[in-house]
Design a protein around this ligand. Structure first.
Ligand code: ADP
Length: 487
């Protein structure tokens, strides 16, 4: 397939956009500047998107401000209905959206379908949660008074999203924001802006009013500056690196914004001697290789207790070696290209360093270009680079351990704390480890923990705030207290 044939897999053409969406209108950059969006498998051009001017991004913020009063005053049920219509449209265009995600991100089609369903799940959950933003009536401490607290929408919110889950990382911000009555300006990653623009198209079709949701594209630092400096923007929800998240937090301080930060992870997986072997291997496969390892909750370090170590690595190696590396658009591909060549270089660097430290390759090997094979290396030192930095690729490193305390110490020896995984059957071990590991989320006997129904978020340098569940709605609400005297 040449690139034009690859691009033609999107059947409903309005989903493949080359403009930004501001205040209900599709527009190019005022000075004509554009950014190429390329297919990570071929390097070919999928589309170009505008590199907007500052004035255009400001226009999106202004439009969100104008749209806020009417949108926030609509009954929650009506906002929920709009989200429900959007959910129907997402599901109707499920095939195209999955193919679009694979085209711009490279991930295998079956995972892109998983992302569409996961992303749609946030729209479904918040279409319902919209009506459940309940307040409180507080027993008055003195006679003649009525005290109550009610939840109100924050106002204009900004979203900045990464390239690894181009649709789902946006719907988990967009859906609760709109459900709460907020308006939103979103900036997707420049590598993968097309799913966000497709969402804007479907939001328009679903009846989201102009200005309530805009998607701006262009220079990240300029857009980030405008978002953080603007007194109108009351909240920023960011998913991306800790480095940029910290910059955004600092820049948001003068305007005292609400912040949700979903930042880097360095998830440990602890496999104890009493773990069920099949369960542990399944958990490791998905926790490590989902999205080609390009996930902030990917198991970055796999600690395996001595008694189960050899059996685990043998079975795991067979499964890793059987994975198919290739074109994400092909139905049986398990691992597609990584997002860019720098991503592969990082995986190679981590692999090289682990091998220099005495590690042994049991499956896979070095990557080339944008393709990195699924790789398993054992005998990794506890201080190896791959245990300290997020690899963000399909490289699994096994570190052997002997005692429970040692495993917990190693697991917590990181400034990050997003997800962690525990495989064991002994209930005491499971409860103790879930308690002792410093992380926002723990997967027990599973590597797949993400769902729109649960609160996702980290501790330490992995961030603040929750996405998903009713807690994710609260991130877009202010609890206003009213004290009514003289009754
Ligand atoms: P990643 O490693 O996922 O690319 P980044 O933190 O660099 O992590 O990017 C996540 C998102 O943040 C992307 O949308 C990117 O364009 C955006 N971004 C990068 N630099 C800045 C910045 N200085 N201000 C605001 N957003 C930024």
């Amino acid at each position: 397939m040449d690139q034009s044939q690859r691009n033609a897999v999107i059947q409903y053409k309005p989903l493949l956009r080359a403009s930004a969406y501001i205040d209900g209108a599709w527009m190019d950059a005022s000075d004509g500047k554009a950014i190429d969006v390329t297919d990570p498998f071929t390097g070919g051009l999928i589309s170009t998107i505008p590199s907007l001017s500052q004035a255009q991004v400001q226009a999106a913020i202004n439009a969100a401000e104008r749209a806020f009063p009417a949108w926030s005053r609509q009954p929650a049920r009506e906002r929920g209905k709009v989200l429900r219509r959007l959910l129907d449209l997402i599901l109707r265009h499920r095939d195209d959206l999955a193919r679009l995600i694979t085209l711009e991100n490279g991930k295998p089609l079956k995972e892109a379908y998983g992302e569409v369903d996961y992303g749609a799940g946030f729209v479904e959950v918040y279409a319902e949660e919209a009506t459940r933003a309940l307040g409180e009536i507080i027993p008055a401490p003195v006679p003649g008074r009525k005290l109550y607290a009610e939840k109100e929408a924050l106002g204009v919110c900004a979203a900045i999203t990464p390239w690894n889950f181009p649709l789902a990382m946006l719907t988990r911000k967009f859906a609760p924001a709109l459900a709460a009555g907020c308006t939103m300006v979103a900036k997707p990653a420049s590598q993968t802006p097309l799913a966000a623009l497709a969402l804007a198209q479907l939001a328009e079709e679903a009846g989201v009013p102009p200005g309530v949701f805009s998607v701006v594209t262009g220079r990240a630092s300029m857009i980030g500056d405008l978002f953080t400096r603007s007194p109108v923007v009351r909240k920023i929800s960011f998913t991306g690196s800790t480095e940029i998240g910290v910059q955004l937090m600092a820049a948001s301080a003068p305007t005292v914004k609400r912040l949700s930060m979903e930042l880097g992870g360095n998830a440990p997986m602890l496999i104890f001697d009493d773990a069920d072997l099949g369960t542990a291997v399944d958990a490791a496969m998905v926790a490590k290789f989902r999205n080609c390892g390009q996930s902030c909750i990917a198991a970055n370090r796999i600690y395996v207790q001595k008694g189960i170590h050899d059996a685990f690595t043998k079975t795991f190696a067979q499964r890793v070696a059987a994975m198919k590396l290739g074109d994400g658009l092909e139905a049986d591909t398990d691992i597609g290209p990584l997002i860019d060549e720098a991503a592969v270089a990082k995986v190679n660097e981590h692999l090289g360093e682990a091998l220099a430290g005495g590690g042994q390759v049991l499956a896979g090997g070095r990557g080339e270009g944008r393709m990195a094979p699924p790789t398993l290396v054992t005998g990794v030192r506890a201080d190896a680079l791959l245990t300290r930095e997020e690899t963000f690729g399909p490289l699994a490193g096994i570190i052997a351990f002997e005692r429970y305390d040692e495993a917990i110490r190693l697991a917590n020896d990181t400034p990050f704390g997003l997800a962690s995984y525990v495989c064991a059957t002994n209930v005491e071990t499971i409860h103790k480890a879930s308690r002792d590991i410093e992380s926002g989320m723990v997967g027990v006997n599973t590597g797949l923990i993400s769902t729109p129904y649960a609160p996702f978020g980290g501790v330490k340098l992995s961030g603040i705030g929750k996405e998903g569940s009713a807690h994710g709605l609260d991130e877009y609400l202010n609890l206003k207290y009213v004290c009514h005297a003289g009754l």
